[in-house]
Ligand binder design. Structure first.
Ligand SMILES: C[S@@+](CC[C@H](N)C(=O)[O-])C[C@H]1O[C@@H](n2cnc3c(N)ncnc32)[C@H](O)[C@@H]1O
Length: 174
């Protein structure tokens, strides 16, 4: 879904794009953003932030660590595209408060509390122009759903239910 939405966004954009992934974990969503840019033959930056230190051997919720914990670089070694992703240790909010770059596409999958998701959405809106995207994961969680609904004045929102227990929101900046 993230890959497809980013590819579709790139169809209408001729400029290099900046992507922000909030909640790196094992790096899958960051890779989807990176692959979308690469496969479209375009240029752009992907920054991925997590409260977990990318250089630490900590649990990142993946079967790949069944034989032992790995750093993010070790986990992602089989996927060379990951080398072009900037991984940083930060909360989404801290990162957004420190940077004022244009963020063309963002994926929000870090803290799943209403206060944090709402504030991440409001800060992202300041870095975006009409038509830019934010994809919210886990909208089946009540706190995330409340936060996303509070952003209706800033974003046009389409809900995508991929499984009964898994919902995304595709938010397009007004
Ligand atoms: C559901 S996982 C993300 C999965 C990831 N998007 C992927 O595709 O593999 C949530 C991650 O968010 C991180 N996290 C929790 N609170 C956060 C925050 N405030 N800012 C950034 N990351 C956060 C957690 O450490 C965890 O690794």
């Amino acid at each position: 879904m993230l890959y497809a939405a980013t590819r579709q966004y790139l169809d209408g954009a001729t400029w290099p794009i900046n992507c922000l992934d909030i909640g790196t974990a094992k790096g899958f969503s960051a890779l989807c953003l990176r692959w979308a840019i690469n496969d479209a033959g375009r240029t752009g930056e992907v920054v991925s932030v997590d409260v977990l230190d990318p250089w630490a051997r900590v649990a990142r919720n993946t079967v790949a660590e069944v034989d032992g914990l790995e750093t993010l670089a070790e986990l992602l070694a089989p996927w060379p595209a990951a080398k072009a992703i900037r991984f940083e240790r930060s909360t989404g909010l801290d990162w957004l408060e420190r940077h004022a770059w244009r963020i063309h596409v963002a994926f929000v999958d870090g803290a799943h509390t209403s206060h944090v998701v709402r504030r991440e959405g409001a800060l992202l809106a300041k870095c975006q122009a009409p038509g830019d995207l934010v994809i919210f994961d886990d909208v089946q969680i009540a706190e995330v759903s409340i936060a996303v609904a509070s952003l209706l004045d800033l974003y046009r929102i389409e809900y995508l239910e991929v499984l009964p227990s898994r919902q995304y929101a595709l938010a397009v900046r007004r």
